[in-house]
Design a protein around this ligand. Sequence first.
Ligand SMILES: Cc1cc2nc3c(=O)[nH]c(=O)nc-3n(C[C@H](O)[C@H](O)[C@H](O)COP(=O)(O)OP(=O)(O)OC[C@H]3O[C@@H](n4cnc5c(N)ncnc54)[C@H](O)[C@@H]3O)c2cc1C
Length: 355
Amino acid sequence: MTEKQIVVLGAGYAGLTAATRAGRHHRVTLIAPETRFLHRVRQHETAASLPEHRPALAEVVRGRGVRHVPARATGLDLAARKVFLDTGEALPYDTLVYALGSRTAWHAVPGAAEHAYSAERAAELGERLRTAERPGTVAVVGGGATGIELATEIAEAHPAWRVRIVAAGQVGGWFSARGRAHVRTVMTRLGIEVHERHTVTGVDAGGLDTTGGRIPADLVAWAAAMEPHPLAAEAGLTVDPAGRAVVDGHLRSVSHPEVHVIGDAAAVTVPGTGTLRMGCATAQPMGRYLGKLLTGRTDKPFAFRYAVQCLSLGRRDGLVQLIHGDDSMRPSVLTGRAGRLTKAAIVNGVVWALR
Ligand SMILES: Cc1cc2nc3c(=O)[nH]c(=O)nc-3n(C[C@H](O)[C@H](O)[C@H](O)COP(=O)(O)OP(=O)(O)OC[C@H]3O[C@@H](n4cnc5c(N)ncnc54)[C@H](O)[C@@H]3O)c2cc1C
């Protein structure tokens, strides 16, 4: 144990993984408001009112040399090396690990933030779906992985509701031809109405205005995009145009090397792989690497290659898309029950690997 004070902001896949490893050698203080692990990749299951699998943070960090402070960071003084908390406390640090992740981006679409449910409000959406006097129509905005998982999960769990998925482009358009075809087959089987090339321009209590016309809906779920937490830019870390903190090969801020940035908050470019996309798939390896770097078990730059992209498509189906190391598609996919079980094993493995 050293006297070095490491403060980790955020207990998501990146922050919690880094904290439990760094705690072996340093005094680590972990700042995050929640007492149970968020486990964002399962939030669509919460919208479908499925049981939650979220370990207590106290249980994950037990015996790891990590002190969890349930609070929110409200500001950073990078010159004085201090973090300000909503409890009024100011915490000094020698090394800061910034892992505040991302959140739903509304992209200033009028009415979206007021009338739509984001993944962060999945429990409220699930409650509305479950307790409505009469089932109606729910529109899921976003044809990316989160939108697809949300729409299929809701359609399977709430068959009395009519489910529509609305996308500016093609639903699952980045998958291989086989991957796209499987997503479409499952959506047809679950009775999901697909509205592609409809950019949403407004949301109100009765549904969506889109470039392709009006789409009525009693409830709207918003899964169109994610944006990084704004604190990095507000504090003065160098960020890219999307607001992600730019880091070097050792995941240090290029403007403030005593600050490491990992997970969705970081703009990481790996030679031969490219700029990494936001994802649990990239966040947890960054946390693991940083844990090793901070405990002197490596001095090499961060390396990363992709292997698969996985989707759950309800509880009985899934898609595992094989990809090249640079995130481009291979033609092969695993579907159906085999795809579903593989995705479930990966998600369970994520929690196991936190410890
Ligand atoms: C429904 C859904 C399904 C997904 N499925 C997949 C998938 O299959 N595969 C995949 O790769 N990715 C998936 N993602 C994306 C993935 O969840 C994120 O990319 C991932 O969570 C990023 O991890 P992170 O550790 O960077 O941050 P996060 O998981 O976002 O964690 C951020 C942490 O910061 C904390 N925090 C926030 N603000 C403050 C503050 N002011 N002070 C202190 N703490 C704060 C939070 O409470 C949390 O502990 C999915 C996302 C959603 C919403």
